[in-house]
Design a protein around this ligand. Structure first.
Ligand SMILES: Nc1ncnc2c1ncn2[C@@H]1O[C@H](COP(=O)(O)OP(=O)(O)OP(=O)(O)O)[C@@H](O)[C@H]1O
Length: 672
């Protein structure tokens, strides 16, 4: 038998079960052996003196009273009896399982799995265990038609047929020794049938290492391949002009901005393909760095493009680029544009008149052709697919690509998701920024306390955002909420403040007009749905009020809060929320405690898991079968170092172990 054989060749597997097992992703014997339990229940019997109140456990004792079933209510009943363990007498009850009565035999030993109540010296039973030799039992994800016990039996059959012996080692010897990892054969067996907890721990450690190591190898291989295969552009920018531009800025670049820009420019000048992520907290000045990189590309005779997720942002960047570079021809391209305007822009892009362009994903549509595209910067990269580069290549352009993100990515995730990328981090805010004061208030405080205070601040010249509650997946409800809030605020402020409403259903031109007017201080208060979440830059706005703030995730709240505190004036964020859940409360608490996006992102990750923050599929973060990127971070880091070392070590190239690794990876042609 081979590992690649279908499980149908195993004894006891008929066509029907083959189909069912396929539903679990099990096709071959190998799939079966690598289908690991997701947890283990500890059924090992314990002495009643070591038990903790509320703990789920197994107790073994001798039955000392007959089992009695008492009925109460229409269908409910309780089975009770007593057992003796040493001198201790323990009361046992089972709810609604009267049929267990037969299994309770006077004077016989019995093992009961259930929940321990220390005060009453009693256990609420969940099941009566047949035998208690091995207390450590695996639990698998199964589905209808496949029982735990049949799955276990099938795995046992596979081992009985010697399939376990066919499992080949896929880690090099020196790593097994260095990290004292158990052999693959042993680990796979122990994942299913551990003799004890320690055996299981060792098996798991080995399988996690293997999974993360291969993952990192793949990233390293990709990275190498990318560097070797794709001929990047050499963008010979004009040093002097760039320096001049920097000196003309109304502010000094922060150290972090300077070094990030330096890294980006070095990539551009090199013949390699830039594959870099620019990460920085909200308001840290990423866009400023990006603009300078674009300028550098233009001084070398290339075009540069900046791609952003919303039209509001595209227009905002268009304006600021025009302001920064009045001597250049800057354009904007969005899908909401008039046909004639669009045609004009497309023509000038193709003939090279337009030197810099910003826009939404309209920038990469088919009809768009560039004359000499040198640099593409994408904002909020996780909102775009990862395929942009391919699209550009298909257009015959091979620009350097820089991705920016304002969602701070915890280091753990950055390594996992972007392990094949170079990363620049802007980890300081421009000088002169004051911390944003964040307060959490209840709904009932809004009218008597918050609104009068906001009114006072408006009189003093403050501009204010009000974010209406988020109703997931319902634009209609979002709109209703925003409109209601708008009405209430109009009633409250009367003529004392100019209020505008902005929501996702508006026409783009209308949205742009409102944003422009808000920037120009024609409005004091902007009521909005979350359409202003990312990137909006109105430095004079200093107050952000978020209604039903507990409905937002931490990262989103952080983004929203980042809309204030963008100038030198003191800024405030008010979270209005009466959270019902503990998570909601915790979120509000954390928001008032820290303004550090990286800390918040770590917390968010702990509270929600990685998938929700980035949407696993989009972000390219794979789903691991045994490893967990948050909790297994130390293993991930070691695996990464080893993967990097392997590819860096030329001597390894000739060794059989290295060939084996490459073959397993399916990337034998790295050096071709
Ligand atoms: N070094 C600096 N000193 C002072 N102000 C700066 C500096 N760099 C940028 N700014 C200003 O700070 C504000 C925020 O900068 P920018 O829009 O580049 O940040 P960002 O990181 O892109 O923000 P976000 O991620 O929130 O969209 C802008 O008004 C910008 O002009």
């Amino acid at each position: 038998m081979k590992l690649t054989d279908s499980i149908q060749f195993l004894k006891g597997v008929g066509p029907k079960s083959v189909a069912r097992y396929q539903g679990l992703g099990i096709f071959t014997v190998q799939d079966l052996l690598l289908y690991f339990p997701f947890r283990y229940d500890d059924f090992a019997a314990k002495s009643v003196f070591e038990l903790i109140d509320g703990e789920k456990t197994t107790i073994v004792g001798r039955v000392v009273t007959p089992a009695n079933v008492s009925y109460y209510g229409a269908r409910r009943n309780r089975l009770t009896f007593k057992i003796k363990q040493g001198e201790a007498v323990v009361s046992v009850s089972f709810f609604n399982q009267p049929y267990l009565q037969d299994k309770v035999v006077m004077d016989a030993e019995i093992a009961i799995y259930g929940k321990w109540d220390a005060k009453k010296l009693s256990i609420t039973g969940m099941k009566i265990l047949g035998q208690v030799e091995n207390g450590f039992q695996p639990v698998y994800h199964v589905m209808q038609g496949v029982k735990q016990s049949s799955l276990v039996a099938l795995i046992q059959t596979a081992f009985d047929n010697g399939c376990g012996e066919l499992i080949e080692e896929n880690l090099p010897d020196f790593l097994l020794q260095k990290y004292r990892l158990v052999a693959r054969k042993i680990a796979v067996h122990a994942m299913h049938f551990p003799v004890d907890e320690e055996a299981h721990r060792q098996a798991l450690r080995r399988m996690k290492f293997e999974e993360l190591f291969y993952f990192q190898l793949k990233l390293q291989a990709l990275r190498l391949k990318e560097k070797a295969v794709t001929q990047g552009l050499v963008i010979k920018f004009d040093d002097k002009k760039v320096a001049e531009k920097i000196s003309e800025l109304p502010y000094h670049l922060t150290k972090a901005q300077e070094s990030s820009l330096g890294e980006i420019l070095a990539d551009m000048a090199s013949p390699y393909h830039m594959n870099r992520l620019l990460q920085g907290d909200v308001g840290s000045g990423k866009t400023a760095v990006a603009s300078l990189a674009m300028y550098a590309a233009v001084t070398a005779g290339f075009q540069a493009a900046l791609m952003v997720p919303t039209e509001i942002l595209a227009n905002q960047h268009f304006e600021s680029l025009q302001q920064l570079f009045p001597e250049l021809r800057v354009a904007v391209l969005t899908s909401g544009m008039k046909v004639a305007e669009r045609r004009e822009v497309l023509g000038c892009l193709e003939n090279g008149e337009v030197q810099m362009i910003t826009g939404t994903h309209a920038l990469i549509q088919e009809a768009v052709n560039y004359q000499r595209l040198g640099l593409v910067i994408t904002d909020e990269q996780h909102r775009f697919g990862v395929n942009q580069r391919k699209i550009f290549r298909e257009k015959g352009q091979n620009p350097d690509v820089l991705m920016m993100t304002a969602t701070p990515i915890p280091r753990t995730l950055a390594i996992t998701a972007f392990g094949d990328m170079d990363v620049s981090v802007i980890d300081e805010l421009p000088a002169g920024r004051q911390p944003i004061t964040t307060r959490w208030v209840k709904h009932e405080q809004l009218m008597p306390q918050i609104l009068p205070w906001v009114a006072d601040e408006v009189v003093k010249g403050a501009q204010v955002y009000f974010i209406s509650p988020l109703i997931e997946e319902s634009e209609v409800m979002d709109l209703k909420n925003a409109t209601e809030l708008f009405g209430e605020l109009q009633d409250f402020f009367g003529l004392s403040a100019q209020i505008a409403l902005l929501h996702g259903k508006m026409k783009n031109a209308e949205k742009d007009q409102i944003m422009a007017d808000f920037k120009a201080k024609k409005y004091d208060v902007l009521v909005s749905t979350t359409v202003i979440e990312v990137g909006v830059n109105v430095p004079n706005a200093t107050i952000m009020v978020i209604m039903d703030a507990d409905r937002f995730g931490l990262s989103q709240l952080h983004q929203l809060r980042g809309r204030v505190g963008r100038g030198e004036k003191k800024s405030y964020t008010i979270l209005v929320a009466n959270p019902k859940s503990d998570t909601g409360k915790r979120r509000m608490q954390i928001m008032t405690e820290t303004q550090n996006g990286f800390v918040l992102a770590e917390e968010d990750l702990k509270m929600r898991g990685s998938g929700e923050i980035f949407g696993t599929r989009q972000s390219g973060i794979p789903e691991f079968s045994v490893a967990d990127i948050v909790n297994d971070y130390p293993i991930l880091e070691v695996a990464r170092q080893e993967a990097v070392a392997i590819f860096a070590d030329e001597y390894l190239g000739d060794r059989a172990e290295f060939q084996m690794i490459l073959a397993n990876l399916g990337v034998v042609d790295i050096y071709d």
